[in-house]
Design a protein around this ligand. Structure first.
Ligand code: MTE
Ligand code: HPA
Ligand code: MOS
Length: 792
C-alpha cells in the first residue's frame, strides 16, 4: 500500500453518518425548479432568447367542420404587413403527416378539411401579431360536406377511426339469466381540455448542413424528432429536439406538440431563419385534441347482496377526425372498466367514433378514468336500487384480498397479486369518519329544505406501464465531473410533476452524495436516443431505473478504485464499500466523494456512464385483449362531502379525504402535490369543465371565459391528502409507485357525492340521471327528473 495514500485516507474526518439510515430517496425535497418557478426565472420555450432574424408563424384554420376546399385565395395574406412567407400543404418538403401511430394526420389540410380549427396554411411574419393579423385575410371557398359531431352519431353511421375492440370473459347471457336483479342504462361523460398553462410552442433554429434544432414544449422529444425529420425529408440525425421544461402537458403534449414542431421546422428550413410558432389560447383549444368524451350503454346482472354477476358495456369514444392515440386510450378504458372490482362474466366493446372535431388525444389517465367511471356509475345504481350504502356495495365487489380468496384475475387475464384496496379503504373509512358523517348528513338533509348534502367513497386501482409494451424502456446518461458534481440526462421530460427531482434523488442516493451535488438538465434527443413519451405515469419509474443503472456503473468503478487505493483487491472488499452522505467508506478507510473522484480521474477511471431500463414481464395480445399489460397497480380511495343548492344547482365540495398508494414514496411532498393537483383536475372534468360544440361543429368553449377549470375557490376548505404506508411488491425504483395519473380518478367521489345529494330530494329512492360534467345546469335537470319520478 502506498503510505501517502494510506495517510490521506485515514486523515479524513471520521464520518458521523449512520450509513444504514442515510437516504436521499424517500425524503420530501422541494421540486428542483421550485425557486425558479416562484421567482419567474424558470425558462420556458418562449423565454429562450431569440436568435437574430427570428420570424414568427401563425396558422390559418378551417372554418368548416367538413368540407372540400375548392379554392383558397391568399393574396391579401401575402400582402399583409410584415408577412415574409405563406405556406400550404404542397410546400411541405417531406411527408405531410404528424400522426403518431396511424398516418392520417396531415400537418396542413390538403383539399379536405375535417374539423373547425384544422390548420390549412401557415403565415410567417416579422412578429407574432403581424402573423396572426395576416391569417384572417384569407378567403376560402368551401364545398360543405355532412359532418358527424357526436360519438352516438358516429356509432349510428358506423364511422370509426379504427376497427371496434372486443374483450369478453365467461358468459354474460347465462349470468343475466340467473341474476336476481338486472339493470341497464346509458351514460355520457364529456371530454376535457388539458389547459396546460404554457400553450403549445416550438422554436426551430436551422443549423449547418441541413441540421435543425427544435426547442419544443413536448412530452415526447423523440417523436418530435421523427415527425420533423419526415416533414423535412431528412434523417433523424439531422434533427435535435430539446425541452428543458413544460408549463404543464397533461397528455396534451404527448403527440400533439408535433404539429407545432413540424410547422416551425418546415418554415425555418424553407426560409433558413429561426421560426417560432406559439399558439394563443383560443387557437390552441380550437386546434388540439382533448380527453375523449365517452358514451356508454350498459347492462348488468347482480345478486341480492349487490354483487355483480355479469356485466356488458359498449363504449364509444369521440376520437375526432383522426386516430392519434385513440386506440391505446380505448384499450386502457377497456382495461379499467373493472376499476377495483372483480367481474367474473363480462363483455366489453369499445369503438372510437370518427367525428368532425379536434382529434382527441392523451389526457391524464388516458382512458382509464373513462373506463372506471362506468362501473362506478353502475355500482352507484345498484346500491340505490337495493337501498344500501354505496360503500358496502363497492366493498362486496372488490377483488379478492389474496390468492386463496380467488376473484383476483382481471378481465384481461392479469392476476392482481397485490390487492391492498380492502386495507386502504378500511383505513380511509375510519380516518374520514365516513359512517358518522353519513348519519350527520342524513340528519342535516331531513331538516334542510333547499340545501342538501351528499357523501361518497370511491376507490381506484390503476395499471402502471404503457399499455403498448415496447414503450416501456428508458435511457439515461450520468456525468461525474472532477469536482464531484454530477450532471444527469434522461429521456423523461419535466412538466411540473417533478421527474427531474426524483431522478436526481435516485442518482444522489446511488452515489451516496447530497442532492445538491446533482443537476438534471434539459431533455435532448442528441443525448438520449429513442425515448418514449413521458407518459403513462412511468416517468420516474423508467427514467429513475435507467439513471440508477448509469449511476450504479460509476459507483461500481469507484468502489473498485477505492479498494485498490489501499491495496485491497477482492470482491468482498468491493461490496463492503459504502457510499453515504458524501463519503466513501470501508472499515477504517474513508474519503470524500470529490476527493475520490479527483483521484479516480488521475488514474483514468471512466467517470460517466449510460444506463438503460426495460420493464420486465410485460406482454399483450391485442387480438384477444389479454396479457400482462401492467407492471403493477396503484391504489387509492377518497371520500367527498358536497352541498348542493336544489334551487340553483350550485354546489360546493365541503371536505375531501384522499388516501393514495405511492408505494415507498420517492418524495412524499411531490407525491402529495400530485394527488392534490390530480384530484382538483379530475373534479373539474366531472363538474365544471364543459366542452360545447355548436350545430356547425364549432367549439364555442375555447377560452377560460367560457370553459371553466377549477379555481382556488373551488378547492375544498378541508382537504386531507395522505399517502398509504406501503412498499411496491414489484421491484420498481426503490419500491415506489407511480403517482402522475391514478389520483385523477379519486374525485369520482365528488361526482357521486353530488349524485347522492340529488337523490336525497326523493329519499334516495331513484337513480338521478346525471351525465358528466355535473354542471349546475345538469344538477338542476337531474333534480327535476328525480322530483318527476317521485311524483310518479
Ligand atoms: N403534473 C404536472 N404538474 N403537470 C403535468 O403536465 N402531467 C400528468 C402527471 N402530472 C402533469 C403532471 C400526466 S398526464 C402524466 S402521464 C404524468 O404526470 C407524467 O409524469 P411522470 O410519469 O413522471 O409522473
Ligand atoms: N399512456 C400514455 N400514453 C400511451 C399509453 C399509455 O398507457 N400507451 C401508449 N401510449
Ligand atoms: Mo399522461 S395522459 O400519460 O401524458
Amino acid at each position: 500500500m502506498n503510505t501517502q495514500t494510506d495517510a490521506f485516507l485515514k486523515d479524513q474526518p471520521a464520518t458521523p453518518v449512520d450509513v444504514a439510515q442515510w437516504a436521499e430517496v424517500g425524503q420530501s425535497h422541494p421540486h428542483e425548479s421550485a425557486a425558479l418557478h416562484v421567482l419567474g426565472e424558470a425558462t420556458y420555450t418562449d423565454d429562450i432568447p431569440e436568435a437574430q432574424g427570428t420570424l414568427h408563424a401563425a396558422l390559418g384554420l378551417s372554418q368548416k367542420a367538413h368540407a372540400r376546399v375548392r379554392a383558397i385565395n391568399l393574396d391579401a395574406v401575402r400582402a399583409a404587413t410584415g408577412v415574409v412567407a405563406v405556406y400550404v400543404a404542397s410546400d411541405i418538403p417531406g411527408t405531410n403527416d404528424c400522426g403518431p401511430i396511424i398516418h392520417d394526420d396531415p400537418i396542413l389540410a390538403d383539399g379536405l378539411v375535417q374539423y373547425v380549427g384544422q390548420p390549412i396554411f401557415v403565415v410567417v411574419a416579422d412578429s407574432h401579431d403581424n402573423a396572426r393579423r395576416a391569417v384572417r385575410k384569407v378567403v376560402v371557398d368551401y364545398e360543405e360536406l355532412p359532418a358527424i359531431l357526436t360519438p352516438q352519431a358516429a356509432h349510428a353511421a358506423r364511422s370509426y377511426v379504427l376497427p371496434p375492440m372486443h374483450l369478453a370473459r365467461g358468459d354474460v347471457e347465462s349470468a343475466f339469466a340467473i341474476a336476481a336483479h338486472k339493470l341497464s342504462g346509458e351514460l355520457l361523460v364529456g371530454g376535457q381540455e388539458q389547459f396546460y398553462l404554457e400553450g403549445q410552442i416550438s422554436y426551430a433554429i436551422p443549423k449547418e448542413g441541413n441540421g435543425m434544432l427544435v426547442q419544443c414544449s413536448t412530452q415526447h422529444p423523440s417523436e418530435m424528432q421523427h415527425v420533423v425529420a419526415h416533414a423535412l425529408g431528412l434523417h433523424a440525425h439531422n434533427v435535435v429536439v430539446e425541452c428543458r421544461r413544460m408549463g404543464g402537458g397533461f397528455g396534451g403534449k404527448e403527440s400533439q406538440s408535433a404539429l407545432w414542431a413540424a410547422v416551425a421546422a418546415i418554415s425555418a428550413q424553407k426560409l433558413k431563419r429561426p421560426v417560432k410558432l406559439r399558439a394563443d389560447r383560443d387557437d390552441d383549444m380550437m386546434v388540439t385534441g382533448k380527453r375523449h368524451c365517452f358514451h356508454y350503454e350498459y347492462e348488468v346482472g347482480y345478486d341480492n347482496d349487490g354483487r355483480i354477476v355479469g356485466a356488458r358495456v359498449q363504449m364509444v369514444s369521440r376520437a375526432g377526425y383522426s386516430a392519434d392515440l385513440s386506440a391505446p386510450v380505448a384499450t386502457r378504458a377497456v382495461c379499467h372498466f373493472d376499476n377495483a372490482y372483480y367481474l367474473s362474466d363480462v363483455d366489453i366493446r369499445a369503438m372510437c367514433g370518427k367525428t368532425n372535431t379536434q382529434s382527441n388525444t392523451a389526457f391524464r389517465g388516458f382512458g382509464g378514468p373513462q373506463g372506471a367511471i362506468a362501473i362506478e356509475y353502475i355500482l352507484d345504481e345498484i346500491a340505490r336500487n337495493l337501498g344500501r350504502d354505496g360503500l358496502d356495495i363497492r366493498r362486496i365487489n372488490f377483488y379478492g384480498r389474496n390468492e386463496s380468496e380467488g376473484r383476483n384475475v382481471t378481465q384481461y387475464g392479469q392476476i392482481v397479486v397485490d390487492n391492498i384496496i380492502h386495507e386502504l379503504v378500511d383505513e380511509l373509512e375510519v380516518s374520514s369518519a365516513y359512517r358518522q358523517r353519513r348519519a350527520e348528513i342524513n340528519a342535516y338533509n331531513a331538516s334542510s329544505l333547499v340545501l342538501k348534502k351528499g357523501l361518497a367513497l370511491t376507490p381506484v386501482k390503476f395499471g402502471i406501464a404503457f399499455n403498448v409494451t415496447h414503450l416501456n424502456q428508458a435511457g439515461a446518461l450520468v456525468h461525474v465531473y472532477t469536482d464531484g458534481s454530477v450532471l444527469v440526462n434522461h429521456g423523461g421530460t419535466e412538466m411540473g410533476q417533478g421527474v427531474n427531482t426524483k431522478v436526481a434523488q435516485v442518482v444522489a442516493h446511488e452515489l451516496g452524495i447530497p442532492l445538491a451535488l446533482v443537476r438534471v438538465t434539459a431533455t435532448d434527443t442528441s443525448k438520449i436516443a429513442n425515448t418514449s413519451a413521458t407518459a403513462a405515469s412511468t416517468g420516474a419509474d423508467l427514467n429513475g431505473k435507467a439513471a440508477q443503472n448509469a449511476a450504479n456503473k460509476i459507483r461500481q468503478r469507484l468502489a473498485e478504485f477505492f479498494v485498490t487505493l489501499f491495496g485491497g483487491d477482492n470482491s468482498a472488499d468491493i461490496t463492503a464499500v459504502t457510499f453515504a452522505a458524501g463519503m466513501i467508506q470501508m472499515g477504517e478507510y474513508s474519503i470524500s466523494f470529490p476527493d475520490l473522484v479527483q483521484k479516480a480521474y488521475m488514474a483514468r477511471v471512466q467517470l460517466w456512464s449510460d444506463g438503460f431500463y426495460a420493464t420486465p414481464g410485460l406482454y399483450w395480445d391485442s387480438k384477444t385483449m389479454t396479457g400482462h399489460p401492467f407492471s403493477y397497480f396503484a391504489y387509492g380511495a377518497s371520500v367527498s362531502e358536497v352541498v348542493i343548492d336544489t334551487l340553483t344547482g350550485e354546489w360546493k365540495l365541503l371536505r375531501a379525504d384522499a388516501l393514495y398508494d405511492a408505494g415507498a414514496s420517492l418524495n412524499p411532498a411531490l407525491d402529495i402535490g400530485q394527488v392534490e393537483g390530480a384530484f382538483i383536475q379530475g373534479m373539474g372534468w366531472l363538474t365544471t369543465e364543459e366542452l360545447w360544440w355548436n350545430k356547425d361543429g364549432k367549439l364555442m368553449t375555447h377560452a377560460p371565459s367560457t370553459y371553466k377549470i377549477p379555481a382556488i375557490s373551488d378547492c375544498p376548505q378541508d382537504f386531507r391528502v395522505s399517502l398509504f404506508k406501503n412498499r411496491n411488491v414489484e421491484d420498481s425504483i426503490h419500491r415506489s409507485k407511480a403517482v402522475g395519473e391514478p389520483p385523477l380518478l379519486l374525485p369520482f367521489s365528488v361526482f357521486f357525492a353530488i349524485r347522492d345529494a340529488i337523490a336525497s330530494v326523493a329519499d334516495h329512492r331513484y337513480n338521478p340521471p346525471l351525465n358528466a360534467p355535473a354542471t349546475s345546469e345538469a344538477i338542476l335537470q337531474a333534480i327535476t327528473a328525480v322530483e318527476a319520478m317521485a311524483a310518479g
